[in-house]
Design a protein around this ligand. Structure first.
Ligand SMILES: [Zn+2]
Length: 126
């Protein structure tokens, strides 16, 4: 352990810390930095992890319990990529249409995922 200058990986501010190597020093300074970016980054990573589980439930095999048909893995990974952009605040909202199904992902403090299906039956008699 040595005293070295750690640098916040988000805002670049520097501080002396006692650490094993430069990477650890930078991590320590980033975590404790007054800019608060570390917490926001942790929060985004946590939301992405939860979103992945939620998409598996609503779009993957888990959706059969709700009477839906699982979507293809390619579609689920696109939905996840879109969700990541929403969590990173690069998009606000997205609607994916897959046949009669719609998947709506919305941003904000809480990330929303909604899946619905348009059903219509009609008959005619003469
Ligand atoms: Zn910082």
């Amino acid at each position: 352990m040595d005293y070295m200058i750690g640098r916040c990986r988000f805002c670049g501010s520097e501080r002396d810390v006692l650490a094993d190597d430069q990477e650890r020093a930078d991590e320590m300074v980033s975590k404790e930095c007054a800019c608060g970016q570390w917490e926001r980054e942790e929060d985004r990573l946590r939301k992405k992890f939860l979103l992945k589980n939620e998409l598996a439930r609503l779009l993957g095999d888990g959706c059969q319990e709700m009477g839906f048909t699982p979507l293809s893995p390619e579609v689920i990974s696109v939905a996840y990529a879109v969700g990541e952009l929403i969590i990173d605040e690069k998009m606000e909202k997205a609607t994916l249409k897959i046949g009669r199904d719609s998947v709506i992902i919305t941003g904000g403090v809480k990330i929303g995922v909604r899946r619905n299906r348009k059903e219509e039956w009609s008959g005619e008699v003469q």
